[in-house]
Design a protein around this ligand. Structure first.
Ligand code: ATP
Ligand code: MG
Length: 388
C-alpha cells in the first residue's frame, strides 16, 4: 500500500490524435511545475495520471498542480494490489483519516471497475466495502443521495482508493494552442487577461511599456512581480520592456492633448505587433473591457485595432470590474496590482480624452509624427527578461 496523487483531466472533450498531444503537454507542464519538489515517477493509467512522490510534499505539490491548466481534479489516494483484503484496509485507513479531520456522519462508496477481470462487479464491491466501513465506524451511516463524503474505488491495474477531489482550473494545457503576446501594464486587468488566455492553452509572452525616468524602477519591479505570479500558471514568460517616453513626448509636442491616449495606444499595438512577428507569436492580448474607461469605448477600440493586422484577444471584454477583481484576487495578482506606482499612461494623461475618435482624424494626427523611426528607436532600446 502506498500513498500517491491521482490527477484527472478533461478527457471527454478530446479525441484521437489531439488527446495524445494534450496528455504529453500536460505531463510536461506538470513536471515543470513540481520539478524542484522532486518526484519519483509520473505515469498514465486509463485516463488518469499518477504521481509517486514523498507524501510530505503532497500539500505543496497540490498547490502547484492546482495552477496547471488542463487538470480538473487532484486526489491524494492509496494505491494497493487488487485484492479485497488490501482494498478493505485502504478504505478503513482513508476513512479514519477523513473522520479525524472532519465531522462526517454519512458516506457512500462509488466503485469503478475498468479492469473487467476483477471478480467483483462495481455495485457488489461498493456494497462490500460499505459494509466493512459500517462495521468499523459505528457513528457512520450510508446515504446514497447526499452523503457527507464519497469513498471512490478505481479498479485498474492496481486499485486506487480516495475521498478527496481537489479542483483545478480545468482549461487546456499551456502550449497546446499557439502563442500570444500580452500587453502587460501594472494594473488589475491585464494579468487577468493573460491568465484567461493561458487557460485556453496559449503560451504567453509579455510586453510592458514604461516612461523611465518619468516612471520609476519600482513600477517596473511591480510589473515583473505580476509576470512572476502569472508564470505560476503559464510557465516561463519572456518579457519585453519598452521605453516609450520619446514617443509620448513627441505626441505631447505635436498632437492634440485629447488624442494622447488613443495615439499612444496605437503605438503600443504597433510595437507589440513588431515584436510578435519577430518572435513567431500569433496574436496580441489586452486587458480591455468594453466601456470601462474613455479609451475602451467601441470607437476607441476599433481605432486602436486598426493600427495592427494581428488578431487582438480581449478576454475581459464583457466582464464587469467586480468580476475581474474577483479573478485577480483568486489568482493572487490583485495585491500587487493595487500597489500605487505610476504607469506610463498616467504621465501624460489628458484631462478630457476623446471618447469617440474617428480613424481619419487619428491618421491625420499621426502624419505629424515620424511613426516608423519612433518605433524603430523604441525597439532598439528594448530589454528582455525571462520570468519564471
Ligand atoms: P490594466 O488594469 O490592465 O492596466 P486598465 O483598465 O488600466 O487596464 P488601460 O490603462 O486603458 O486600462 O489599458 C488597457 C490595456 O492596454 C491594458 O489592459 C493593457 O493590456 C494595455 N496597456 C496599458 N498600459 C500598458 C503598459 N504600460 N504596458 C503594456 N500594456 C499596457
Ligand atoms: Mg492601466
Amino acid at each position: 500500500m502506498d500513498k500517491i496523487l491521482s490527477i484527472s483531466y478533461g478527457e471527454l472533450a478530446l479525441k484521437g490524435l489531439n488527446r495524445r498531444y494534450f496528455e504529453d503537454q500536460l505531463i510536461s507542464n506538470i513536471k515543470r511545475a513540481i520539478k524542484d519538489l522532486g518526484y519519483e515517477k509520473i505515469y498514465k493509467e486509463q485516463g488518469k495520471l499518477y504521481i509517486e512522490a514523498n507524501e510530505d510534499d503532497f500539500p505543496q505539490m497540490i498547490n502547484r498542480l492546482k495552477k496547471v491548466f488542463g487538470l480538473v481534479n487532484i486526489s491524494p489516494c492509496i494505491r494497493t494490489e487488487k485484492n479485497i483484503e488490501d482494498i478493505e484496509k485502504a478504505a478503513i485507513e482513508i476513512m479514519k483519516e477523513k473522520t479525524k479531520n472532519q465531522a462526517i456522519k454519512t458516506f457512500k462508496v462509488e466503485s469503478k471497475r475498468a479492469d473487467k477481470t476483477f471478480p467483483i462487479k462495481s455495485p457488489g464491491l461498493s456494497r462490500k466495502i460499505g459494509g466493512v466501513i459500517l462495521k468499523n465506524f459505528s457513528d457512520l451511516t450510508v446515504d446514497v443521495h447526499k452523503p457527507d463524503t464519497i469513498l471512490y474505488i478505481d479498479i485498474k491495474q492496481k486499485a486506487y482508493i480516495y475521498t478527496e477531489r481537489i479542483k483545478g482550473y480545468g482549461g487546456l494545457p499551456v502550449g497546446t494552442n499557439g502563442k500570444a503576446l500580452l500587453l502587460l501594464s501594472g494594473g488589475i486587468d491585464s494579468p487577468v487577461a493573460g491568465f484567461m488566455m493561458a487557460k485556453r492553452g496559449v503560451e504567453i509572452s509579455a510586453v510592458h511599456y514604461h516612461s523611465y525616468p518619468f516612471t520609476s524602477e519600482r513600477s517596473e519591479e511591480k510589473v515583473k512581480e505580476l509576470a512572476s505570479i502569472l508564470s505560476r500558471y503559464t510557465g516561463k514568460i519572456k518579457m519585453f520592456s519598452v521605453n516609450i517616453l520619446e514617443i509620448q513626448k513627441e505626441i505631447n509636442a505635436k498632437c492634440k492633448e485629447n488624442e494622447m491616449t488613443i495615439l499612444s495606444r496605437r503605438f503600443m499595438m504597433r510595437i507589440a505587433e513588431k515584436i510578435a512577428l519577430r518572435e513567431g507569436i500569433h496574436g496580441l492580448i489586452t486587458g480591455e473591457s468594453l466601456g470601462q474607461v474613455a479609451s475602451q469605448t467601441i470607437q476607441s477600440l476599433s481605432v486602436t485595432n486598426a493600427a495592427v493586422n494581428l488578431p487582438v484577444f480581449r478576454p475581459l471584454i464583457g466582464l464587469d470590474k467586480l468580476d475581474i477583481v474577483e479573478i485577480a484576487k483568486d489568482i493572487e495578482t490583485y495585491e500587487t496590482s493595487i500597489l500605487p506606482y505610476e504607469d506610463c499612461c498616467t504621465v501624460f494623461l489628458p484631462k478630457h480624452p476623446v471618447t469617440k475618435p474617428k480613424l481619419e482624424d487619428i491618421i491625420k494626427s499621426e502624419e505629424l509624427l515620424e511613426v516608423d523611426s519612433l518605433i524603430e528607436r523604441a525597439l532598439e532600446n528594448m530589454k528582455v527578461t525571462i520570468i519564471e
